[in-house]
Design a protein around this ligand. Structure first.
Ligand code: GLU
Length: 302
């Protein structure tokens, strides 16, 4: 069985990646993702890459990067070098950000998180439900979209902290309706999935003080690393809607996507570092073996 190929990879070997953020230890969900990517690369004569998503300087730690590499090695995995570390490539993201600004689809947003939270609380007090994005976060109400250009420039020149948001409606006016392609690792077939980026409102494309956000870095890196197939958790599937808008605006080829099921804890919740889920090291100490985790991953591919 062979896999579908993105246009720019026709003929070349497929390229997969595991892209953890080094802000905590790996857990079983990461192990599943890494094992699935490595296994698909092995089965299809492809490459398996590691990417460290460390644009968040406050939360990223060197020791977590070392622990990620140790954890993957314990799982019996190996990856092609060099490892791409996002914090070392800010100029690539800055270039993409400039290209988006030139297209007129971004606007600076000076709102603080506190201001948005206050509006949401205010609405709740009046019994009004505030719309939320697929991750459950309150949608941004777009106030800064109507700040006139001279005022934007003056506030930026005065050093006011700001993020850059995508004017999604305007962007879709340029791109038209968009879709992405979901591949099925069991059959090798791909299907078209219509994207619905508007459910994200105007997402942040560059965070305060940075030329990027998760969404922009992931899109830029997937193309610079020649990723043909993105395999990641189903919790990231809705974000693909934003990724295809950025790809289309920047004229980048699209990889194929498969979002795998998540590993849940005993209460049926997704594992998360922030919720203190058991780390791979804890699992190891409790007697879990790499063989067991590998068998678990292979059963997802059966
Ligand atoms: N860095 C993201 C995470 O740790 C994954 C990004 C991706 O696979 O697109 O959840």
């Amino acid at each position: 069985m062979s896999l579908p190929f993105a246009g720019h990879h026709k003929g070349g070997p497929p390229v997969f990646r595991f892209a953890p953020s080094p802000n905590g230890p790996l857990h079983r969900g990461h192990a599943l993702s890494a094992l699935l990517n490595a296994e698909l690369a092995r089965r299809h004569g492809g490459r398996f890459l590691l990417r460290i998503e460390d644009i968040d300087a406050e939360r990223s730690r060197k020791e977590h990067i070392a622990a990620i590499e140790d954890g993957l090695t314990w799982l019996g995995l190996d990856w092609d070098r060099p490892v791409r570390q996002q914090s070392q490539h800010m100029e690539d993201y800055a270039r993409a950000l400039d290209a988006l600004k030139r297209k007129g689809v971004l606007y600076p947003c000076f709102c603080t998180r506190g201001a948005i939270t206050a509006k949401v609380a205010d609405a709740a007090a009046r019994g009004t439900l505030w719309p939320r994005d697929p991750d459950g976060a309150p949608l941004y109400d777009g106030v800064c979209r109507s700040v006139p250009m001279p005022e934007q420039e003056a506030r930026i020149a005065a050093g006011e902290a700001h993020q850059w948001r995508l004017d999604t409606q305007k962007a879709l006016g340029l791109t038209g309706p968009l879709a992405w392609h979901r591949f099925d690792p069991h059959t090798g077939q791909a299907e078209r999935v219509a994207a619905d980026p508007l459910r994200w409102g105007d997402p942040v494309i560059a965070r305060k003080g940075l030329p990027t956000s998760y969404h922009l870095s992931v899109v830029v890196d997937d193309v610079l690393q020649g990723i043909s197939h993105v395999v990641r958790g189903i919790d990231l599937e809705p974000a693909t809607d934003i990724h295809v808008v950025l790809q289309s605006l920047l004229g980048l080829p699209q990889p194929f996507y498969w979002h795998h099921p998540l590993v849940l804890d005993a209460e049926g919740r997704k594992l998360a570092k922030s919720k203190g889920s058991r780390s791979l090291q804890d699992e190891r100490a409790a007697g879990v073996t790499p063989q067991l985790l590998r068998a678990e991953a292979l059963s997802v591919l059966d």
